[in-house]
Write a protein of this length. Structure first.
Length: 311
């Protein structure tokens, strides 16, 4: 089964074969990127616009690189110096970009649902590059590709997602993807940072780090999303690290071959210590970034040539 949607707005709702299709295609782009060959005919004549209303290093750069590697014309809209500052609305901005015959619109916004709204208004295929606390679908795909390449599968693995679950779109997309693909997912963190209803998503909840990490195959750390916190949810960064920061001692509870992941950006000494983050025997954080380019190439390729159904 190929990917059957016009946009990529969320992982929730995708069928496992659609996820597998994107991962398989991304795998072929990993090999292409490493071979030094190019596929610049793939998106020749297509226009990709990056529209980021929130800060980004990895996602924006890798969409740009992915688009260029496939031959698209890539435009990075700098929202900070755009007419958004003159009061232009999101929808009027989108209509303006639409009039320029954009084919692929990559959107990051602090409001959950903003990419869905745009998808209803523009002709371009819309890709959610992170919307508020909702989803970050390409992050979950690149995480899954990284895991699958290292462990050979997703089904049956125990994945512990740790830290600020409540405010994390990365956690939400990963929970949907990994449970759909048959992994056992745990969420680990203080009660103030885990939504009560999370177990309804089919995950197990832990408030003790060592218990949550016990025999895990994958330990995925998350940054405290302070930009989305009301305040008072954690005592202090130092206290948070003591109980929930990943160090070699807590990691020892996981399987000896457990992989350490982090979507970035990292706050060293808050959710993860440098010794673990930089340990080439355990950490695949840089590999996640590499997989990000391949996954975004696969998504752009699929949406640029995929079905034009209205969903
Ligand atoms: N970069 C990821 C995101 O935008 C994770 C983070 O910022 O902590 O959601
Ligand atoms: N992981 C991630 O989305 O990173 P950026 O916020 O730097 O894009």
């Amino acid at each position: 089964m190929a990917y059957a949607h016009r946009h990529l707005l969320a992982i929730e709702g995708l069928e496992p074969p659609e996820i597998a299709h994107l991962l398989d295609l991304a795998e072929s782009y990993v090999l292409l990127n490493r071979s030094g060959k190019t596929a610049r005919d793939m998106l020749r004549g297509k226009t990709l616009i990056n529209l980021f209303f929130e800060d980004s290093t990895r996602t924006r750069t890798s969409f740009e690189l992915a688009g260029k590697r496939l031959g698209a014309d890539v435009i990075n809209m700098s929202v900070g110096s755009s007419s958004v500052n003159k009061g232009e609305t999101l929808l009027d901005t989108a209509a303006t970009l639409n009039a320029m015959q954009c084919d692929l619109l990559v959107v990051r916004h602090d409001q959950s649902g903003a990419p869905n709204l745009l998808a209803q208004k523009v002709d371009a295929a819309v890709i959610n590059a992170g919307d508020g606390m909702h989803e970050h679908p390409t992050q979950a795909l690149l995480d899954a590709l990284t895991i699958r390449r290292r462990k050979g599968r997703l089904a049956g693995l125990t994945v512990a997602i740790c830290g600020d679950i409540a405010h994390s779109r990365v956690a939400r997309s990963n929970i949907h993807l990994l449970t759909a693909m048959g992994s056992r997912v745990r969420v680990v963190g203080p009660p103030t940072l885990i939504p009560a209803a999370v177990e309804e998503l089919g995950v197990a909840m832990f408030h003790d780090m060592r218990a949550g990490l016990a025999d895990a195959d994958i330990v995925m750390m998350l940054r405290l999303q302070k930009e989305r916190m009301e305040g008072g949810l954690i005592p202090s960064s130092r206290e948070f690290f003591r109980f929930y920061g990943l160090d070699a001692d807590k990691l020892a509870a996981a399987r000896p071959d457990a992989l350490v992941m982090h979507p970035g950006p990292m706050n060293r000494g808050v959710e993860i210590e440098s010794r673990v983050a930089d340990d080439p025997a355990r950490s695949v954080i840089r590999e996640q970034v590499e997989m990000g380019v391949a996954v975004r190439m696969a998504v752009l390729d699929t949406l640029a040539h995929g079905p034009r159904r209205n969903d």
